[in-house]
Design a protein around this ligand. Structure first.
Ligand code: PMV
Length: 347
């Protein structure tokens, strides 16, 4: 089939890991399994315009971010195309214009690599589908996640929802190091429509890039034990999700966040990625939980911002608490209300 020119647009969500991926081997394979909630509001919308050209050695493209040409984004995308070319060889026969934007503010300290790489991988997969319509929906999603993973590991978890596992785990059906899969276990009502309010404590550039961060796990004295622990936490969290056990869920999720940060504090070179306000917020959350028996908990990515997770039925109570006690610790009082979502969609 011939596909001369055209355009595809996908909107892909961000995700927040409950059991964290930290540490990888080549080619972008995780050292342990991880699981995340897919988000709903925080996402990237990407359009690719493509037109047939004579075969190029390197994939030919321009990239625009929020309508502005962004040459500084090029090296990352060049590397991505280089890595995926052997799996989608047709990309060498096209010129591309990539237009991308996020639904969250540019400088929010929220990483857009997961949603961004997922959206781009899905656009490429739409071309593959146009060239080969026989490809099933299941294979489409798997391969989109496979390609996204080669751009950014956690992007493998940004194709589907509401819960996605990435990384081979003996006790989790269909799990793979190569792509993310929908969590196949049962999930209790308590976790339906879970909320994630993101407190923007530090909106600056990341202090440590993920590439540097993952590499710090090579030769890290506690790395092997950490990978074992993460795989054990995968079993524990599966059980908590099944039973609706909010208390266990909280203790696994918070411990995972603190362990991720401990790994960075105990590597060489070492980093403290939390800010004083991160700790203020954590202490307030603990005090609130103690006082009100709430099931609110926090998690962190590789930065100072705090994700606050809570069940749908507590939303009024927790929102009041966030507004009255927590937003004072955010940069310019900025925060984002999000919730669990169901994955990427074509626009
Ligand atoms: O996808 P990367 O390489 O940016 O790694 C992200 C890792 C964490 O966000 C810190 C944890 C995770 O599992 O998402």
């Amino acid at each position: 089939r011939i596909l001369d020119d055209g355009s595809f647009t996908w909107k892909a969500p961000s995700n927040i890991a409950l059991v964290k991926y930290w540490g990888k081997k080549e080619p972008q394979l995780p050292e342990n399994a991880s699981i995340s909630f897919t988000l709903d509001a925080c996402s990237t919308i990407t359009t690719i315009d493509f037109s047939k050209s004579k075969p190029n050695e390197n994939v030919n493209f321009d990239i625009y971010f929020e309508d502005e040409k962004k040459d500084d984004f090029k090296p990352k995308i060049e590397k991505f195309f280089e890595r995926i070319k052997q799996y989608v060889p047709f990309i060498s026969d096209y010129n591309f214009v990539i237009k991308t934007r996020n639904t969250f503010p540019h400088s929010s300290g929220i990483a857009s690599s997961a949603s961004g790489m997922s959206a781009l991988a899905l656009c490429i997969m739409s071309m593959e589908k146009a060239l080969n319509p026989a490809i099933s929906d299941e294979l489409f999603n798997k391969k989109a996640s496979f390609l996204a993973r080669l751009g950014s590991g956690s992007a493998a978890r940004s194709v589907e929802g509401p819960l996605v596992v990435w990384g081979k785990h003996d006790k989790i059906d269909n799990s793979s190091d190569l792509f993310g899969v929908k969590f196949s276990g049962t999930v209790h009502e308590n976790f339906k429509n879970y909320h994630d309010t993101i407190l923007l404590v530090d909106k600056g550039e990341k202090q440590v890039s993920s590439t540097v961060g993952h590499n710090l796990m090579n030769n890290h004295p506690f790395a092997q034990q950490r990978f074992v622990q993460a795989n054990e936490n995968m079993i524990k969290i599966s059980e908590a999700l099944k039973l609706g056990d909010l208390k266990s869920f909280i203790s696994i999720v918070e411990s995972e966040a603190l362990t991720l940060h401990s790994m960075m504090m105990t590597s060489h070179p070492y980093f403290i990625l939390m800010k004083p306000n991160t700790l203020e917020i954590i202490n307030k959350i603990w005090a609130f939980r103690e006082k009100t028996n709430s099931n609110i908990c926090f998690t962190l990515d590789a930065g100072a911002n705090v994700h606050i997770l809570f069940p749908e039925k507590e939303k009024e109570k927790v929102n009041d608490f966030i507004i009255s006690e927590l937003i004072q610790f955010c940069q310019n009082n900025h925060y984002i209300c999000d919730r669990v979502g169901f994955g990427a969609r074509q626009i």
